[in-house]
Design a protein around this ligand. Structure first.
Ligand SMILES: [Zn+2]
Length: 250
């Protein structure tokens, strides 16, 4: 009789232990699955935050590029882009009566001076042109395709200069491809970006610029853009078209 009682007690204790174990594991399981849900929710929130940040950064970059593109030193003037109607600049003399935008004068002077100090002999033969000068040139040129239509010449924006090696000053026409072989020209082509200038009409870019190869026409765009353009071997049109590839606004 006593034995039977003990046995019943043992079964009850065992059943109780099983019940406690069962309930505990259910609770643990529940807590674990709640934690998983919470973690998944946090991960999703974090991913959303990262994506929103990336989108904001990309948009900010585009905004800053658009702002940079509208700066005076990146003005695009070519066959397809005329000078703005409200264009207005202050010009200043660089040397020999040749003028450029006053904001470009010092950079151009420095480039010429350093070129001379290196032992070469650069000479400006054209720089800022008024609309009427460009009109006169256009009217009097034999080959109209060699001269920009008035309103479409970079010389009108005061940011460009044609510079030759002075040894070619006596040539019947110094503005020919051979200009690229002269020592002052080679120095300028190698160093122009250090002063914020680019060789505006490179070889093999005629279709993009609309202008023949001109190893004498230098255009100011500022040091950072000049370095980007020259080191990538592209022209201004390509740079402005794909600026997010070549330019990283800091
Ligand atoms: Zn020119």
């Amino acid at each position: 009789m006593r034995r039977k009682k003990n046995r019943a007690l043992l079964i009850m204790i065992f059943a109780l232990i099983l019940a406690i174990f069962g309930v505990t594991s259910m609770i643990i399981h529940k807590i674990a699955s709640n934690n998983e849900i919470e973690e998944a929710r946090k991960a999703a929130e974090e991913a959303e935050r990262v994506q929103a940040e990336e989108e904001a950064r990309a948009q900010e970059k585009l905004d800053r590029i658009a702002e940079e593109k509208s700066q005076w030193y990146l003005l695009l003037v070519n066959e397809w882009n005329a000078m703005p109607d409200d264009f207005d600049i202050e010009t200043a003399e660089v040397e020999g009566g040749y003028e450029v935008d006053e904001r470009v004068k010092d950079a151009l002077k420095e480039m010429l001076s350093d070129c001379r100090e290196a032992g070469y002999s650069p000479q400006i033969i054209s720089s800022f042109r008024t609309r009427s000068t460009q009109q006169w040139l256009y009217d009097h040129t034999a080959n109209k395709s060699d001269t920009a239509i008035p309103g479409h010449s970079e010389h009108e924006c005061g940011l460009a200069a044609d510079i030759i090696d002075s040894s070619s000053a006596g040539w019947s026409d110094p503005l020919i491809e051979k200009q690229q072989d002269l020592p002052a020209q080679q120095w300028l082509m190698e160093h122009c970006q250090d002063y914020g200038f680019i060789l505006r009409y490179p070889k093999d870019k005629e279709d993009v610029t609309g202008i023949i190869y001109e190893p004498w026409h230098y255009r100011y765009v500022g040091k950072e853009h000049a370095a980007n353009i020259m080191s990538n071997g592209i022209c201004l049109e390509e740079y402005l078209r794909d600026m997010d590839t070549y330019y990283d606004p800091q």
